[in-house]
Design a protein around this ligand. Structure first.
Ligand SMILES: C[S@@+](CC[C@H](N)C(=O)[O-])C[C@H]1O[C@@H](n2cnc3c(N)ncnc32)[C@H](O)[C@@H]1O
Length: 180
Protein backbone atom coordinates (compact mmCIF):
# COMPACT_ATOMS: atom_id res chain seq x y z
CA UNK A 1 0.00 0.00 0.00
CA UNK A 2 1.35 3.46 -0.92
CA UNK A 3 2.46 5.56 2.05
CA UNK A 4 0.24 8.47 3.11
CA UNK A 5 1.64 11.87 2.18
CA UNK A 6 1.20 14.96 4.21
CA UNK A 7 1.09 18.56 2.89
CA UNK A 8 1.53 21.33 5.53
CA UNK A 9 -0.95 24.23 5.60
CA UNK A 10 0.92 26.48 3.15
CA UNK A 11 3.21 23.73 1.80
CA UNK A 12 6.36 25.03 3.54
CA UNK A 13 6.74 24.86 7.32
CA UNK A 14 8.35 28.32 7.40
CA UNK A 15 5.05 29.75 6.11
CA UNK A 16 2.96 28.15 8.91
CA UNK A 17 3.02 31.25 11.18
CA UNK A 18 1.36 33.20 8.32
CA UNK A 19 -1.48 30.67 7.98
CA UNK A 20 -4.17 32.62 9.87
CA UNK A 21 -3.38 35.89 8.07
CA UNK A 22 -3.40 34.19 4.65
CA UNK A 23 -6.71 32.36 5.23
CA UNK A 24 -8.32 35.49 6.71
CA UNK A 25 -7.22 37.70 3.81
CA UNK A 26 -7.81 35.29 0.89
CA UNK A 27 -11.12 33.65 1.90
CA UNK A 28 -14.38 34.78 3.49
CA UNK A 29 -13.31 32.82 6.56
CA UNK A 30 -15.82 34.07 9.10
CA UNK A 31 -18.68 33.64 6.67
CA UNK A 32 -17.98 30.10 5.47
CA UNK A 33 -16.88 28.73 8.85
CA UNK A 34 -19.97 30.24 10.50
CA UNK A 35 -22.13 28.63 7.78
CA UNK A 36 -20.45 25.28 8.47
CA UNK A 37 -21.20 25.63 12.19
CA UNK A 38 -24.86 26.46 11.45
CA UNK A 39 -25.16 23.54 9.06
CA UNK A 40 -23.76 21.00 11.54
CA UNK A 41 -26.50 21.69 14.13
CA UNK A 42 -24.44 20.85 17.20
CA UNK A 43 -26.29 19.62 20.27
CA UNK A 44 -25.24 19.61 23.95
CA UNK A 45 -22.97 16.72 24.89
CA UNK A 46 -22.06 15.80 21.32
CA UNK A 47 -18.55 14.56 20.56
CA UNK A 48 -17.12 16.77 17.80
CA UNK A 49 -13.88 16.47 15.81
CA UNK A 50 -12.36 19.25 13.69
CA UNK A 51 -10.35 17.18 11.21
CA UNK A 52 -7.08 18.82 10.05
CA UNK A 53 -7.85 21.74 12.35
CA UNK A 54 -4.74 23.78 11.50
CA UNK A 55 -4.48 26.72 13.91
CA UNK A 56 -7.77 25.67 15.53
CA UNK A 57 -9.97 28.61 14.48
CA UNK A 58 -13.01 26.48 13.59
CA UNK A 59 -12.73 24.23 16.66
CA UNK A 60 -12.48 27.29 18.95
CA UNK A 61 -15.48 29.00 17.33
CA UNK A 62 -17.55 25.81 17.72
CA UNK A 63 -16.65 25.51 21.40
CA UNK A 64 -17.34 29.21 22.03
CA UNK A 65 -20.78 28.94 20.41
CA UNK A 66 -21.60 25.48 21.83
CA UNK A 67 -19.81 25.24 25.20
CA UNK A 68 -21.51 21.98 26.16
CA UNK A 69 -20.28 20.12 23.08
CA UNK A 70 -17.04 18.16 23.52
CA UNK A 71 -14.88 19.59 20.77
CA UNK A 72 -11.37 18.45 19.83
CA UNK A 73 -9.08 19.13 16.89
CA UNK A 74 -6.61 16.91 15.07
CA UNK A 75 -3.84 17.82 12.67
CA UNK A 76 -0.80 16.12 11.15
CA UNK A 77 1.47 19.09 11.84
CA UNK A 78 2.72 19.46 15.40
CA UNK A 79 3.97 23.01 14.71
CA UNK A 80 0.54 24.27 13.70
CA UNK A 81 -0.98 22.51 16.73
CA UNK A 82 1.34 24.62 18.90
CA UNK A 83 -0.33 27.72 17.45
CA UNK A 84 -3.80 26.20 18.04
CA UNK A 85 -2.94 25.46 21.69
CA UNK A 86 -1.68 29.00 22.25
CA UNK A 87 -4.87 30.45 20.73
CA UNK A 88 -7.03 28.20 22.95
CA UNK A 89 -5.11 29.29 26.07
CA UNK A 90 -5.35 32.98 25.11
CA UNK A 91 -9.12 32.67 24.50
CA UNK A 92 -9.56 30.53 27.67
CA UNK A 93 -11.36 27.90 25.64
CA UNK A 94 -11.03 24.23 26.56
CA UNK A 95 -10.33 22.37 23.31
CA UNK A 96 -7.78 19.52 23.24
CA UNK A 97 -5.65 19.18 20.09
CA UNK A 98 -4.33 15.81 18.93
CA UNK A 99 -1.45 15.01 16.60
CA UNK A 100 -2.28 12.45 13.91
CA UNK A 101 -3.10 11.77 10.29
CA UNK A 102 -6.57 11.57 8.78
CA UNK A 103 -5.62 8.24 7.20
CA UNK A 104 -5.03 6.59 10.58
CA UNK A 105 -7.12 8.37 13.19
CA UNK A 106 -6.12 7.83 16.84
CA UNK A 107 -9.70 7.32 18.04
CA UNK A 108 -11.88 4.28 18.78
CA UNK A 109 -14.72 3.18 16.51
CA UNK A 110 -18.01 5.11 16.73
CA UNK A 111 -16.49 7.93 18.80
CA UNK A 112 -17.94 11.09 17.21
CA UNK A 113 -21.39 12.57 16.53
CA UNK A 114 -19.98 15.20 14.20
CA UNK A 115 -16.80 15.60 12.19
CA UNK A 116 -16.19 18.98 10.58
CA UNK A 117 -13.37 19.90 8.26
CA UNK A 118 -12.43 23.05 6.37
CA UNK A 119 -9.90 23.75 3.60
CA UNK A 120 -8.45 20.27 4.02
CA UNK A 121 -9.56 17.56 1.59
CA UNK A 122 -7.76 19.21 -1.34
CA UNK A 123 -4.50 18.41 0.48
CA UNK A 124 -4.99 14.67 -0.05
CA UNK A 125 -4.18 12.35 -2.94
CA UNK A 126 -7.06 10.25 -4.25
CA UNK A 127 -5.76 7.22 -2.32
CA UNK A 128 -5.56 9.23 0.91
CA UNK A 129 -9.05 10.66 0.32
CA UNK A 130 -10.30 7.06 0.20
CA UNK A 131 -8.36 6.06 3.34
CA UNK A 132 -9.64 9.16 5.14
CA UNK A 133 -13.25 8.38 4.13
CA UNK A 134 -12.86 4.85 5.52
CA UNK A 135 -11.48 6.24 8.79
CA UNK A 136 -14.34 8.73 9.06
CA UNK A 137 -16.89 5.97 8.57
CA UNK A 138 -15.14 4.05 11.35
CA UNK A 139 -15.01 6.86 13.93
CA UNK A 140 -18.48 8.33 13.27
CA UNK A 141 -21.36 6.92 15.31
CA UNK A 142 -24.45 5.57 13.55
CA UNK A 143 -26.40 8.69 12.55
CA UNK A 144 -23.25 10.81 12.90
CA UNK A 145 -22.50 13.46 10.29
CA UNK A 146 -19.53 14.82 8.35
CA UNK A 147 -19.64 18.52 7.36
CA UNK A 148 -17.01 19.80 4.93
CA UNK A 149 -16.08 23.20 3.50
CA UNK A 150 -13.44 23.19 0.78
CA UNK A 151 -12.63 24.65 -2.60
CA UNK A 152 -15.14 23.77 -5.30
CA UNK A 153 -14.68 23.89 -9.07
CA UNK A 154 -13.22 27.31 -9.94
CA UNK A 155 -15.30 29.37 -12.36
CA UNK A 156 -14.33 32.71 -13.90
CA UNK A 157 -10.89 34.18 -14.38
CA UNK A 158 -10.46 35.54 -10.85
CA UNK A 159 -11.35 32.25 -9.14
CA UNK A 160 -9.30 30.18 -11.60
CA UNK A 161 -6.29 32.40 -10.92
CA UNK A 162 -6.83 32.16 -7.15
CA UNK A 163 -7.19 28.39 -7.38
CA UNK A 164 -3.99 28.15 -9.43
CA UNK A 165 -2.16 29.59 -6.40
CA UNK A 166 -3.77 26.91 -4.21
CA UNK A 167 -2.67 24.24 -6.69
CA UNK A 168 0.89 25.55 -6.66
CA UNK A 169 0.94 25.23 -2.87
CA UNK A 170 -1.00 22.01 -2.35
CA UNK A 171 -0.15 20.04 -5.51
CA UNK A 172 -1.87 19.64 -8.88
CA UNK A 173 -2.60 15.91 -8.41
CA UNK A 174 -4.32 16.41 -5.02
CA UNK A 175 -6.39 19.38 -6.17
CA UNK A 176 -7.42 18.01 -9.58
CA UNK A 177 -10.88 16.77 -10.47
CA UNK A 178 -9.72 13.33 -11.56
CA UNK A 179 -8.32 10.43 -9.58
CA UNK A 180 -4.56 10.97 -9.30
C1 LIG B 1 -5.07 24.79 4.61
S1 LIG B 1 -4.90 24.11 6.23
C2 LIG B 1 -6.56 24.31 6.86
C3 LIG B 1 -6.55 24.35 8.36
C4 LIG B 1 -7.93 24.58 9.01
N1 LIG B 1 -8.80 23.46 8.80
C5 LIG B 1 -8.56 25.87 8.54
O1 LIG B 1 -9.61 25.84 7.88
O2 LIG B 1 -8.01 26.95 8.86
C6 LIG B 1 -4.83 22.34 5.94
C7 LIG B 1 -4.40 21.56 7.17
O3 LIG B 1 -4.43 20.16 6.87
C8 LIG B 1 -3.37 19.54 7.60
N2 LIG B 1 -3.13 18.23 6.99
C9 LIG B 1 -2.68 17.95 5.73
N3 LIG B 1 -2.70 16.62 5.52
C10 LIG B 1 -3.17 16.03 6.67
C11 LIG B 1 -3.48 14.70 7.05
N4 LIG B 1 -3.33 13.68 6.20
N5 LIG B 1 -3.99 14.48 8.28
C12 LIG B 1 -4.18 15.50 9.15
N6 LIG B 1 -3.91 16.80 8.85
C13 LIG B 1 -3.43 17.06 7.61
C14 LIG B 1 -2.22 20.54 7.48
O4 LIG B 1 -1.27 20.35 8.49
C15 LIG B 1 -2.98 21.86 7.64
O5 LIG B 1 -3.01 22.28 8.97
Amino acid sequence: MAESRYVPALRFHWLTPACDAVIRSTTRERRFKSALIEQARFAPGQEVLDLACGTGTLALWIKQRHPSANVRGLDGDSNILGIAQRKARAARVDVPFDHGLSTCLPYPDANFDRVVSSLFLHHLSWADKQRTAAELLRVLRPGGELHVADWGRATGTVMRTAFFAVQLLDGFANTGQRRG
